[in-house]
Design a binder for this molecule. Structure first.
Ligand SMILES: [Zn+2]
Length: 114
């Protein structure tokens, strides 16, 4: 369970951004979470609410956009949808697969009341 530390990081980040923008209150936060990031979206939303309490982000709506996993084979260069970090290339059967998408967790936008 590392959602609480992630949530604290997200709150810290959005508070810094809101302050830089001169905003008073954060009403929503949009996140991208890769399906291979290991993040439990519901747990993260719960932790976010707790982490945002008594801050200008309290009550902000957390919108999470899930990003599909994608791997690329180092052997043959084939790219394919993947739901595992330890994928096997469906084209050549190789295991030298790098994850090119799906591990990210990032804040993509904020809505700030001024
Ligand atoms: Zn391959």
């Amino acid at each position: 369970m590392h959602e609480m530390s992630l949530a604290l990081n997200i709150v810290e980040l959005v508070l810094a951004k809101a302050q830089a923008a001169g905003g008073q209150r954060i009403t929503s936060v949009e996140l991208e979470a890769g399906k291979l990031s290991g993040v439990m979206v519901e747990a993260l939303a719960f932790c976010f609410d707790a982490a945002a309490r008594n801050t200008p982000a309290e009550g902000a709506r957390l919108e999470v956009r899930e990003i599909e996993g994608c791997g690329r084979c180092r052997g043959c260069g084939h790219s394919f949808a993947s739901d595992s970090l330890l994928g096997q290339c469906p084209q050549c059967g190789g295991y030298a697969v790098e994850t090119v998408q799906g591990r990210e967790l990032k804040v993509v936008s904020l809505t700030i009341d001024e």
